[in-house]
Design a protein around this ligand. Structure first.
Ligand SMILES: Cc1cc2nc3c(=O)[nH]c(=O)nc-3n(C[C@H](O)[C@H](O)[C@H](O)COP(=O)(O)OP(=O)(O)OC[C@H]3O[C@@H](n4cnc5c(N)ncnc54)[C@H](O)[C@@H]3O)c2cc1C
Length: 109
């Protein structure tokens, strides 16, 4: 799969535009592509080996059920990251959650 992300100031017809090739459309690759596209200076091209974007944080449809493969909760102490999340997902819902790993008869958190 190939994604060309150009929601901002990228002139797709400008052949002298700098291009950044990004391998992988997981959260890291998509965040990098978004930041580059927003800068208007570099045109990001994202190459993804699987059928769709999202990486380990994607939601898949399995027998009619939508399942998160991995990441589905957002936590950070970084204000820069918080601001970025609010920018791209302004309708965040806050939910009290407790996550623990059960191993060898004990809970770890
Ligand atoms: C079970 C589980 C639960 C998790 N829960 C959370 C959570 O609650 N909150 C949270 O913040 N994080 C969580 N994470 C972690 C989060 O999913 C990862 O940190 C995040 O997905 C990493 O993003 P990434 O872009 O670096 O890599 P990935 O998500 O791994 O994306 C990499 C992408 O690159 C593609 N790729 C790889 N090689 C190539 C290639 N040669 N050519 C083209 N494409 C390629 C892959 O197909 C993939 O789409 C969880 C992870 C797991 C496994």
């Amino acid at each position: 799969m190939f994604l060309s992300i150009s929601p901002y100031n990228i002139d797709m017809n400008n052949e002298s535009q700098k291009i950044a090739v990004i391998i992988g459309a997981g959260p890291a690759g998509l965040s990098a592509a978004y930041a580059l596209a927003k800068s208007g200076k570099v045109r990001p091209l994202v190459f993804e080996t699987s059928a769709g974007p999202g990486g380990l944080a994607k939601t898949v449809n399995y027998k009619g059920n939508r399942l998160d493969i991995g990441g589905h909760r957002f936590f950070t102490k970084s204000q820069v990251v918080k601001d970025f999340w609010q920018e791209i997902m302004p309708s965040f819902m806050k939910r009290p959650r407790q996550s623990r790993i059960f191993f060898a008869g004990k809970f770890f958190n």
